[in-house]
Ligand binder design. Structure first.
Ligand SMILES: [Zn+2]
Length: 481
């Protein structure tokens, strides 16, 4: 832990700031394999809480967990042309094992649609077998040439849902339920990250999907992060893997599919949405320690202060607050303050002999730095209220920041692409729907269409910002992770 030297400036050196925060807050570090990361206990604790929140919602919407293996015959993956085209450069193959060359290479899953749909054929015989509403928690491998901890790693952790339905309407409804009730609810109410809900343009869809729904969040450097995606896959996978069942009318039918995923990249999203020049600012609902108590210890009154700190910690635990008493004798209070600020603990309580004599504690919130003195008797209740307030304030601050950096006026094409090319934020503007215009904006600014919003009022589209033809939709552009 080296909390002593200052972090790189977030506004001036964002990538360096990000890397240092992830490293010094002990979230993760690199491993001997390029692009694969070691997730450290503090980072993993955040992931575990996020995982639990997602898993509860996945189950509450009627899904069960199962598990498919890491390896699949390369030929199974190869049957789905779109998947192959989309993933071929990123797939790792096992060609040797047990001391000899394998007859058929095995693919390390980049995603599991192929293996799962090649199995669903045995599970779906009749309309009575539908729907299948399954999810798995797993690791996947996608060979990454420009890795960054949490954001793009060669191996990452995620959940992937794979469902099968009788009708297209049911499958679309499923994909949207996941987007809204599982992903958007978790990301906004737990991670305090405001998201745009939308669908991808054809050029940005998942390989093999008929529609990809997405959540897009704005990071503090002006780039967008795709927070989670949910795909309506139509009947493509069922046809490729010959999954047929006897329908209600006695004839053969192909089921409709969805798949959906959210990953450890969200941990990186939390860092880049809320972090500041002092380090992480964790939303309380995802913070491994919501409150840290730092006893100010002097030899004379040491025992009394520690006792008071322990009693306060008990009161907080009884109120279901995750609390840690930092009584490490080898560090001074100032060092501990810096360290817990770096690690983003939402509320710090300072407690010394003088405070105790006065019957108060000092409470400091990480998001604003605001300090207040609170009567000891009210400290546990006050901390709970503060945590709720920090959670709400972080969300509001991030939403205000996104609004401030979203350009909606009808400035000219040159101004808009200039804004996008310096990654200043989002541009929300009318689009004609043609891929030529999408490609032109990309080549002029490196920005892509992040989504076609579905939760906004249907704006009167006007003229395409690129070609001036009548627009068919509103699109949101940004540079992206
Ligand atoms: Zn156009």
């Amino acid at each position: 832990m080296c909390a002593a030297t200052a972090l790189p400036s977030q506004s001036a050196e964002f990538p360096a700031w990000y890397g240092e925060v992830v490293r010094r807050a002990e979230l993760a570090e690199s491993s001997p394999v390029r692009g694969a990361m070691v997730i450290k206990p503090y980072g993993y604790a955040i992931w575990e809480m996020l995982q639990r929140e997602l898993d509860d919602r996945i189950k509450a919407t009627g899904h069960e967990n199962l598990y498919f293996p890491l390896l699949q015959p390369a030929s199974v993956l190869a049957r789905e042309g779109a998947l192959v085209d989309g993933f071929a450069p990123e797939v790792a193959l096992v060609t040797e094992a047990g001391g000899r060359k394998l007859e058929e290479p095995l693919a390390v899953r980049p995603t599991s649609e192929a293996l799962i749909w090649s199995t669903y054929g045995r599970w779906i015989q009749s309309y009575r077998d539908l729907p299948l509403l399954y999810n798995q928690w797993a690791n996947v491998v996608r060979w990454e040439l420009r890795p960054r901890l949490f954001l793009r790693t060669t191996e990452f952790l995620w959940q992937e849902g794979h469902t099968a339905h009788e009708t297209a309407a049911e499958a679309v409804a499923e994909a949207l339920t996941i987007l809204h009730d599982v992903y958007a609810d978790t990301v906004e109410s737990v991670l305090a990250m405001p998201v745009l809900r939308g669908r991808k343009s054809r050029g940005e869809r998942f390989p093999g999907a008929e529609d990809t729904y997405t959540l897009e969040a704005l990071m503090r450097d002006g780039k967008a992060l795709q927070a989670a995606t949910s795909h309506y896959l139509g009947q493509g996978f069922a046809r490729t893997y010959d999954v047929r069942y006897t329908g209600r009318d006695g004839t053969d039918a192909y089921p409709y599919a969805t798949s959906w995923g959210a990953s450890t990249r969200l941990v990186g999203g939390v860092v880049m949405t809320h972090g500041d020049d002092r380090g992480l600012r964790l939303p309380p609902r995802i913070a491994p320690h919501q409150v840290v108590i730092v006893p100010i210890l002097r030899e004379a009154d040491r025992a009394g202060v520690l006792q008071a700190a322990a009693a306060l910690a008990d009161a907080l635990r009884a109120a279901a607050v995750r609390v840690r008493v930092d009584d490490r004798p080898e560090h001074r209070p100032g060092f501990k303050f810096n360290e817990w600020e770096l690690k983003g603990v939402p509320v710090r309580v300072e407690l010394g002999a003088r405070d105790l004599a006065a019957g108060v504690v000092t409470v400091v919130r990480r998001d604003t730095g605001e300090k207040s003195e609170i009567p000891v008797a009210r400290a546990a209740a006050a901390a709970g209220e503060l945590l709720d307030d920090v959670q709400a304030s972080l969300f509001e601050a991030a939403r205000d920041e996104r609004e401030r950096r979203t350009v909606r006026d009808r400035s000219g094409y040159v101004e808009l692409t200039e804004y996008l090319s310096r990654a200043a934020g989002l541009v929300e503007a009318p689009w004609c729907g043609r891929s030529e215009c999408e490609a032109r904006v990309k080549s002029d600014s490196s920005a892509t269409i992040r989504c076609l919003p579905i939760d906004e009022r249907p704006a009167p589209p006007g003229a395409c910002i690129c070609c001036g033809r009548p627009a068919v939709t509103t699109a949101v552009w940004a540079q992206a992770y």
